[in-house]
Design a protein around this ligand. Structure first.
Ligand code: ATP
Length: 234
């Protein structure tokens, strides 16, 4: 898959010759220096950007060929997204934030299911509160519950621990790991943090918009050393 921005002298090759298949039940991290194409890759996967050429597969389906309407349905029902900045709606309670994707899809909301999911991610006793009355770690757990409420095949997490203290970050990573191990869903994590990436089964390194290489089962130290070599190259 390739993606170019601009034209003529302003042309930037954001991604070149990337062929990515994210397998069910796996945890994949994407790393790379600033400008290496991580956000572009996520945006293509979410259907927010279209690759110029090539393919993206999700669960055996080629999503790069879907229409805008099909992509909107895909984003609403088959992919859950977690951002660094939580992106919760301030005026809504935690419970209403969690159930928002169902409401937007016009699907019925079962308060017991919301309660069960909130309890599973560790915010079962804060459902009536608005985001401002929650800690950063609690807000991210609410955001993860919101990402999971439609039972998506894929959860995409873009620097989900970037705004959290170390203890909350570790708790969120453990939670993301359990989504893969216990629920069998797949997680794709974009991170600059080698200790976050070490939670993944497989770490893909991008450099200059290209798939550079990958490491499976590496420790945080292995991943940091790899990233440092890439950074020196860039
Ligand atoms: N909308 C755009 N128009 C033009 N160029 C863009 C656009 N979006 C990204 N780029 C360029 O594409 C390349 C890849 O950018 P991208 O944001 O995907 O990198 P990244 O790895 O996510 O970086 P960071 O870690 O800093 O967020 C960069 O050279 C960037 O300047």
């Amino acid at each position: 898959m390739s993606k170019t921005y601009g034209s003529g002298r302003a042309k930037v090759s954001a991604l070149s010759a990337i062929d990515l298949t994210v397998e069910p039940g796996t945890f994949t991290a994407i790393m790379g220096p600033s400008g290496s194409g991580k956000t572009t890759l996520l945006n293509c996967l979410l259907g927010l950007e279209r690759p110029d050429s090539g393919t993206i597969h999700l669960g055996g389906q080629e999503i790069s060929r879907l229409s805008e309407t099909e992509l909107a349905v895909l984003r609403r029902s088959r992919i859950g997204v977690v951002f660094q900045a939580f992106n919760l709606i301030p005026a809504l309670s935690a419970a209403d934030n969690i159930s928002l994707p169902l409401r937007l899809a016009g699907e019925p909301i079962d308060p017991r299911v919301v309660q069960e999911l909130a309890t599973a991610v560790g915010v079962g006793d804060t459902l009536a509160r608005r985001p401002a009355a929650l800690s950063g770690g609690q807000q991210q757990r609410v955001a993860i519950a919101r990402a999971l409420i439609t039972r998506p095949e894929l959860v995409v997490a873009d620097e989900p621990t970037g705004s959290l203290d170390t203890a909350s970050a570790e708790a969120v990573l453990t939670l993301l790991r359990s989504i893969v191990d216990e629920l069998g869903q797949q997680v794709l994590l974009v991170t600059h943090d080698p200790s976050a990436a070490a939670v993944a089964d497989r770490v893909i390194f991008l450099a200059d918009g290209r798939w550079h290489d990958e490491v499976s089962g590496g420790s945080a130290a292995d991943i940091a050393a790899h990233l440092a070599r890439l950074g020196r190259r860039a």
